[in-house]
Design a protein around this ligand. Structure first.
Ligand SMILES: Nc1ncnc2c1ncn2[C@@H]1O[C@H](COP(=O)(O)OP(=O)(O)O)[C@@H](O)[C@H]1O
Ligand SMILES: [Mg+2]
Length: 241
């Protein structure tokens, strides 16, 4: 128990047990390294749910609210290279607090399906497991920021870090890996992005019930079909289908 507690992941696991609130909407997050296909798959899922006439809200992190989008600009600005990891963690959690209380929680209370393109696991991974800051503290701050709201399902798009970066580079500039300039986060060295990929897998291994890991190297349609298969199960359980 003591070792688990020190890892910080303990906080997440324990709180998840008491945080199940069945009957209230359905909260789903998309996670994974940069370029894994989160935005693509979140949009595809939104379209599929809407085609069935289900109420769905798609939002993204950091952002999703006017304050959150302003914080996003700070966080991704490539000229702010001096930003400390702790400062980063607090900015992400501030944007998240605003998003949960003004958008996500009200939508869940209306019984809607909320899809979030990144959520607090990104903070645990980018600032904690890959960024080297205190994981338990990051978990605590985020549970405070979100009123302990965790997704019912977290779809982890798993892709080798370099392949994800290559996809982004190709999409944005057509430039080669060596000459491409990404945003402040994307610009970090390859080893950081590799720690990100491993960090997500580590979280998924600890919370097998919440995470659904999808290999993201296949074509978008193949990835979409795998996600939809899992979604049908949950939508049926929750009474949406
Ligand atoms: N399965 C896929 N195979 C190939 N390219 C993809 C796939 N999914 C997304 N892409 C492309 O890769 C780039 C990054 O995808 P995106 O959905 O923005 O990733 P993320 O939101 O995880 O950073 C986009 O140009 C997108 O069109
Ligand atoms: Mg994206």
């Amino acid at each position: 128990m003591r070792r688990k507690r020190e890892s910080g992941l303990w906080v997440m696991g324990e709180l998840q047990k008491i945080n199940k609130r069945p009957g209230e909407g359905l909260f789903i997050s998309f996670e994974g390294p940069d370029g894994a296909g989160k935005t693509t798959q979140a949009r595809l899922l939104k379209e599929q749910l809407e085609a069935l006439g289900l109420p769905v809200l798609l939002t993204r992190e950091p952002g999703g609210t006017p304050i959150g989008e302003a914080i996003r600009k700070l966080l991704l600005n490539p000229s702010f290279k001096e930003m400390t990891v702790i400062s980063e963690a607090l900015l992400y959690s501030a944007a998240r607090a605003q998003l949960v209380s003004t958008l996500i929680r009200p939508a869940l209370d209306r019984g809607e399906i909320v899809l979030c393109d990144r959520y607090l696991d990104s903070s645990l991974v980018y600032q904690g497991l890959a960024g080297g800051e205190d994981l338990e503290m990051i978990a605590k701050i985020n549970l405070w920021a979100t009123g302990k709201l965790l997704p019912a399902l977290t779809i982890l798009l798993d892709l080798e870090a370099r392949r994800g970066l290559e996809r982004l580079q190709k999409a944005e500039t057509g430039a080669a890996v060596e000459t491409w300039q990404g945003d402040r986060v994307e610009q970090k060295e390859l080893s950081f992005h590799q720690r990100v990929q491993q960090g997500f897998l580590q979280l998924a291994a600890r919370e097998k019930e919440r995470f659904f890991v999808v290999p993201a190297g296949d074509k978008p349609e193949v990835v979409r079909a795998k996600i939809w298969h899992k979604m049908q199960e949950i939508l049926t359980q929750k009474g949406y289908l």
